[in-house]
Design a protein. Structure first.
Lengths: 288, 400
């Protein structure tokens, strides 16, 4: 039973890492290799608010989310949009965006380093026990899980039951056809990119409650998010959510029943198996 | 030339500029000291606490006095720094550049065991002494034989593992703790070496190892590990861990209420950030490192914070400063930057430093502390090699 709960909590953590990249890659078609750095920026923002103003990370989100949204909008508008305009096809855009965001991640690391230094930043918030069915769990992980759940549900509802969400999904299915039905594709992609960045940053702020961060850790989160997004299938937010929870449960089960040393191996074996059985990912669309 | 190739040329020039151009300075006005270390990458967080600030502190203190007192006159020091991005290949390249291109007068050690060992041939090729602190290995004898200018201001891997085991053994023999121990280790070189060195010692000491597992570096959720360790009902807990998991395991132990009277976690317990995060809960936690309290030490921590803005740690930082004191005395004792003479000077003298008398005549530090414990907000040394008195070990009584 507690394997289930720990697995779900871990799945929530992973969902926070992956949902931002899902929006950016699934809709805006930008493989943002700097998404881990966006997450770390969000975490640093929360650390700063906590250590300087004793503000809970949940309140810090009020500052972190709009800042991340604006910054990612600016990145899309000034750095990515020229690449989109000159890309002759999807493949070229992906290559260009990978290279560009890769460079962006180094820039972000340098800026974070200059602002915060290279040391570990960590703080203690809600690091108390909360009993569920007689077993203690970290309260901060539970809070992060609830926020992740809220975010998942909110994003899903917004994408599937509102007009704006419909616009986003239309662009993700076929950008040129979307343009034909008078959707402003550039603006929608920018919105998706900025929203994805805001989600990543808020994920970072929530994760900072119980994970230790330093300026160089972004790449680990990018890697995990990438695995989850590809496994879940590009283009559908449900994919990232479901894949995160499957991954969380698998890793916890392996750590508890087999060996904690095999968690990474099991994650990647799962990844390979899913891609062999269903190459487009769990919720992906097979290219026609 | 069309516009595109002009831009390409400008771009290429801009990229190579930091390496090609150095400000022209009067040749002998300053002593050029090369420093390579991690500003970015996985080792950056450790380097930011132990490596970079010590050199900054040393440079500011030397230059405030007017410089190094050499036979040719008093000369200020100038640091030339390169970021190796936590990649051994870059470390080697940067050391090579300092030696061959910048032609520095001295090259400080790099940060990290693997990095120091990778760069050792380059130091040796150009005849620079390599006085390392951040290098923990069991191969010191073989390495000092092969590289006569390589010095270790640090202990061996086995000594760290055996000291921790001996601290636990002493508590068990005194009847203060039971004989059941849970051991976990991070599946990275250092963690694996410590685990392999420590396991037989625990077994021979009569401990019952009730949990013995490893976990990958960077594991985000250590609760399965901690929960399983707790379920095995240990009397003592030992984690051969690295910074992110040291923090993660301790937090999990606190949440789960792991009731052990002795808790040891290897790397980063000696960091001020550990105390900062856990506060009173860090009391009586054991870790690698430790230092003997004293006025010189307290003064060092104060100056370190004032000059660099960073709180020094309780393991590598004082040792770094000690070897900088050794080097200063060697430079001024020899009176020049002659590398062979400096090496000989270090092999013939014992030096007065903030850790007491430092003897590296055999190219290895003879006395060092291996285990520390947080007691009343200071990470006191409770075990070591070559010292006679240590602070007594306290039992952990819950997670306040």
């Amino acid at each position: 039973m507690d394997v289930l709960i720990i697995g779900l909590l871990l799945g929530g953590t992973y969902a926070l890492m992956a949902m931002g990249l899902q929006l950016q890659y699934g809709v805006a078609r930008i493989m943002n290799l700097a998404s881990g750095e966006t997450l770390v920026c969000g975490a640093f923002g929360a650390v700063w608010f906590f250590t300087a103003y004793k503000m809970s990370p949940l309140w810090a989100l009020i500052g972190v989310v709009p800042a991340a949204f604006a910054a990612n909008w600016a990145i899309y508008r000034f750095m990515i949009l020229p690449l989109v305009k000159r890309a002759k096809n999807q493949g070229q855009l992906e290559v260009d965006s990978i290279l560009a965001t890769f460079g962006l991640s180094f820039m972000a690391i340098g800026i974070l380093l200059a602002m915060f230094g290279g040391e570990f930043l960590t703080y203690s918030y809600l690091a108390t026990s909360f009993q569920i069915f007689g077993q203690p769990y970290a309260l901060n992980r539970i809070v992060a899980f609830l926020c992740a759940l809220f975010l998942c549900v909110a994003l899903y509802v917004w994408l599937h039951h509102t007009r704006a969400g419909l616009t986003l999904r239309a662009v993700s299915v076929n950008p040129s056809a979307a343009g034909l039905v008078s959707i402003n594709v550039a603006r929608t992609s920018a919105l998706a990119f900025a929203l994805g960045g805001a989600v990543s940053a808020s994920g970072g702020a929530l994760l900072s409650m119980f994970l230790t961060f330093d300026a160089s850790l972004g790449v680990i989160f990018t890697l995990k998010a990438l695995v989850i997004v590809i496994m879940g299938g590009v283009g559908d937010i449900r994919g990232a959510i479901v894949a995160s929870f499957i991954l969380g449960l698998t890793e916890t089960a392996v750590a508890t029943y087999i060996d904690p040393g095999l968690t990474l191996a099991s994650a990647y074996i799962l990844f390979i198996v899913i891609l062999l059985v269903r190459p487009e990912g769990l919720f992906g669309r097979r290219p026609s | 030339m069309n516009r595109r190739s002009v831009i390409k040329l400008a771009g290429a020039t801009a990229l190579t500029a930091p390496f090609g151009f150095r400000n022209a300075r009067a040749q002998d006005a300053t002593i050029k000291i090369g420093v390579v270390g991690p500003r970015t990458g996985v080792m950056a967080s450790g380097g930011a606490v132990t490596h970079w600030p010590n050199f900054k502190l040393w440079e500011s203190e030397i230059n405030a006095k007017g410089g190094l007192k050499l036979k040719a006159g008093q000369k200020k020091v100038e640091l030339i720094e390169y970021d190796d991005r936590s990649q051994p290949g870059e470390t080697i390249k940067a050391v090579e550049r300092l030696a061959a291109q910048d032609k520095v007068d001295f090259i400080m050690p790099v940060y990290g065991t693997g990095y120091n060992l990778a760069a050792a041939p380059v130091y040796a090729k150009y005849g620079y002494p390599q006085v390392t602190q951040a290098a923990v290995t069991d191969q010191m004898d073989a390495l000092t034989q092969r590289y006569p200018k390589l010095f270790f201001v640090q202990g061996s891997t086995t000594s760290f593992a055996s000291s921790a085991a001996n601290v636990m053994k002493k508590l068990k023999d005194e009847g203060k703790i039971g004989n059941k121990v849970a051991i976990v280790n991070v599946a990275d070189a250092f963690g694996i070496e410590l685990a392999n060195a420590g396991r037989p010692i625990f077994q021979q000491a009569g401990f019952d190892i009730v949990y013995d597992k490893s976990y990958p570096l960077g594991t985000q959720d250590l609760s399965p590990v901690m929960r399983a360790a707790k379920a095995a009902n240990p009397d003592a807990f030992v984690a051969w861990s690295y910074p992110p998991d040291t923090f993660g395991l301790a937090e999990q132990a606190k949440i789960e209420g792991l009731n052990v009277k002795a808790y040891y976690s290897a790397v980063a317990v000696a960091f001020p950030a550990f105390r900062g995060k856990f506060g009173a809960s860090s009391e009586n936690i054991l870790g690698a490192g430790g230092i003997q309290d004293g006025p010189a030490i307290r003064d060092y921590y104060k100056r370190h914070k004032e000059v660099t803005g960073v709180d020094a740690d309780y393991w590598g930082s004082p040792l770094y400063y000690s070897f900088l004191q050794i080097l200063t005395q060697a430079f001024e004792g020899v009176g020049s930057m002659d590398r062979d003479a400096i090496t000989e000077y270090m092999k013939k003298n014992i030096f007065k430093t903030i850790i007491g008398d430092a003897d590296i005549r055999s190219q290895k530090l003879t006395r060092y502390w291996t285990v520390g414990q947080w007691q009343d907000g200071f990470f006191h040394a409770v075990n070591g090699v070559g010292f006679t008195d240590y602070k007594p070990v306290r039992l952990k009584t819950g997670w306040a």
